[in-house]
Design a protein around this ligand. Structure first.
Ligand SMILES: C[S@@+](CC[C@H](N)C(=O)[O-])C[C@H]1O[C@@H](n2cnc3c(N)ncnc32)[C@H](O)[C@@H]1O
Length: 616
């Protein structure tokens, strides 16, 4: 079995439409699509999709009828008028204000059907810009996938009843009467460019300031809607507006657009950041001459040591002090004259920490020795804390040259640390409480989240039912229009029939021959006035009765056979002359002509013409 035959029949039908006519209905809402196709199937008497596909292949003219049924073209001027009023008062002025006076204003009505939407926006733009600016600046692209609808739109014609929603001033200003209908004025019409465009397949029109896509998206499934919306997003300028139909709300779920006012169906585009790589290179050139640096090196080193935030003492390998920095002098009671003395002679060598053992260890292992949080207490003062570091100074050739001893004041840090400890404890308690509150919040949040999700689902379901209802409404409107047309035709036909009937009745009434028309069972169908006069029996007494059973002065026994012959043979005219008795009981000679004819139900009928040839 091929792929083709394994597909459900509807899918095969859709594929056939796509391949043979380029119409892709796969993104349309299934429920609507099925209803519309089945409507056509019922009309051509196809019992299933496969039979309908066969029918389409044999009768290509059915494509037009099918597309007309699927592409519901319901539209009108100022459809959903409050939305147009909002556009007129809130949106058009913003669009115009965002442009230079000479810049074109580009509008796209996508899914314009028979054009009313494009004509509506043209009138509003004409009002907002004034005649001459409108002529110069307005460009309205009006597109649809349906060529037939576009052909109608291009004419720019309207019946009086179509213009009921157009405010009287606008009707006066923008329409001209031509016989029984109205035509849009040429200067308004010239700015509108009609063209075929398939929202699912064709490249979008660009640089659009106002994109009107009303009551069209709702025919598509969510996935196809998203695809179309992405294209519409591309079409709009960054300051452009998207104007949707009353029932179209799915945009609240997309990141591409935001609603201008949630109660209206007008949206602005959320622009995508364009990827602009900006590389800024800042080059700063210094101008230091080596000759300026060299003589000052020693002094710079000295100043650098003094500028250090730690106290530092340097000794040589014999334990003689070779340098004391400023911090060490001020913080540990040392003086410049201590340089050159043995470290072990000074109090600092054993208080606040035993430096001698640290120096021994550093020398022995040739590595830094550290002691942290060494406490020093001075009279009436807060305790101080130091990190003490003894670093062996080793030259490139691994020769030990001396020792650096540094004291880093960590008192502030320690105080903060203790504070931190206390705070930490308090925080831990608070944190536990917070944790439990957090968990409660989390649970509440999750419950809320799930309620929100439920609400969103319900909302989407409602939304989709709403769109479904709106679609059905449009279908009903379209069926209603069809029925009204049929009704008008039937009324015309009925008037014509009545006229023919009256005409026939008058002929029958004025004939000087008695006329009786019999059906194939020889029951009377027609009995004219002269027949009533001849036999004294009213039409009401004879219609529907068997002719041969009538109680009249005609010798029906004699006539029975010729009448049946005439009926059965279907040809020829039988003519007989019989003796009859009129309604006053007088005898007279009567000529009876019997003619067969085709009856309305396809069977035969007989006409009897009765004439007195000799009066009694
Ligand atoms: C109900 S009408 C809406 C007309 C008008 N926008 C309004 O709101 O009054 C829907 C229109 O969408 C058109 N349409 C359907 N599918 C389309 C497609 N893929 N691309 C462009 N137009 C499409 C139909 O031909 C029809 O004219």
């Amino acid at each position: 079995m091929s792929d083709q035959t394994q597909k459900p029949d509807l899918e095969r039908l859709l594929e056939y439409l796509r391949e043979s006519r380029g119409f892709d209905f796969s993104g349309y809402k299934r429920t609507t699509l099925v209803r519309r196709v089945q409507k056509r199937m019922a009309q051509v008497g196809a019992k299933d999709y496969a039979a309908y596909l066969d029918h389409l292949q044999l009768h290509p003219e059915e494509f037009v009828a099918l597309f007309n049924t699927i592409l519901i073209n319901v539209t009108s001027y100022f459809r959903d008028r409050p939305a147009w009023e909002y556009l007129q008062t809130e949106i058009l002025p913003k669009i115009i204000a965002s442009k230079q006076r000479y810049e074109p204003i580009r509008v796209w009505s996508a899914g314009v059907a028979s054009g009313e939407e494009a004509f509506t926006v043209a009138m509003l733009l004409g009002e907002a810009l004034g005649a001459s600016e409108y002529r110069e600046r307005a460009k309205i692209y009006a597109t649809d996938v349906d060529q037939e609808a576009l052909a109608q739109a291009r004419q720019g014609r309207a019946e009086e009843k179509d213009l009921e929603e157009v405010p009287a001033v606008l009707r006066e200003k923008y329409f001209e009467r031509e016989g029984h209908h109205y035509v849009l004025r040429g200067d308004l019409r010239r700015s509108i460019i009609f063209g075929r465009h398939d929202l699912m397949q064709d490249a979008p029109i660009s640089r659009i300031d106002l994109l009107i896509s009303r009551n069209t998206l709702m025919y598509f499934e969510a996935e196809a809607q998203a695809k179309i919306l992405a294209r519409l997003h591309y079409s709009l300028t960054d300051k452009g507006y998207l104007f949707l139909g009353k029932a179209e709300m799915l945009l609240t779920r997309t990141a591409l657009f935001t609603a201008v006012d949630p109660s209206q169906r007008v949206f602005t585009k959320v622009p995508h950041e364009s990827l602009k790589d900006r590389l800024v290179v800042l080059a700063q050139a210094g101008n230091l001459e080596p000759s300026n640096i060299m003589p000052r090196q020693a002094r710079v080193r000295e100043l650098m040591a003094d500028a250090m935030p730690i106290a530092q003492i340097v000794t040589d390998t014999g334990g003689i002090i070779t340098a004391i920095n400023d911090r060490a002098r001020s913080g540990f009671g040392l003086v410049t004259a201590d340089v050159g003395r043995p470290l072990q002679d000074l109090e600092i060598s054993y208080r606040p920490v035993d430096l001698r053992s640290m120096i021994d260890e550093a020398h022995r292992h040739r590595k830094t020795v550290k002691v942290q949080d060494v406490e020093r207490r001075r009279a009436n003062a807060e305790p101080e804390f130091f990190d003490v570091e003894v670093v062996p100074l080793i030259d490139k050739g691994a020769t030990l040259l001396g020792t650096s001893i540094s004291f880093t004041d960590v008192s502030g840090y320690n105080r903060v640390n203790r504070e931190l400890e206390r705070s930490k404890h308090a925080l831990e308690t608070a944190s536990e409480e917070l944790q439990s509150t957090n968990e409660e919040l989390e649970t509440t949040n999750e419950e809320l989240q799930s309620t929100v999700e439920e609400l969103e689902t319900t909302n989407e379901e409602l939304q989709s039912s709403n769109e479904e209802l709106e679609t059905m409404n449009e279908e009903l409107e379209s069926t209603n229009t069809e029925l009204q047309t049929i009704n008008t035709e039937l009324q015309d036909r009925s008037i014509q029939l009545n006229q023919v009937n009256t005409f026939m009745e008058q002929i029958m009434a004025n004939l000087q021959l008695g006329v009786a028309v019999l059906d194939r069972d020889l029951r009377v169908q027609l009995w004219n006035r002269r027949a009533q006069d001849m036999w004294g029996v009213q039409a009401a007494e004879t219609i529907g009765q068997p002719m041969l059973g009538l109680d009249i002065g005609l010798p029906l026994n004699e006539l029975a056979k010729p009448i049946k012959n005439c009926l059965n043979s279907g040809n020829g005219l039988q003519e007989l002359t019989v003796q009859a008795t009129n309604r006053r009981g007088k005898s007279f000679t009567c000529r009876v002509q019997c003619t067969a004819m085709g009856g309305p139900d396809g069977g035969r009928s007989v006409i009897l013409l009765m004439e007195a040839v000799e009066q009694a």
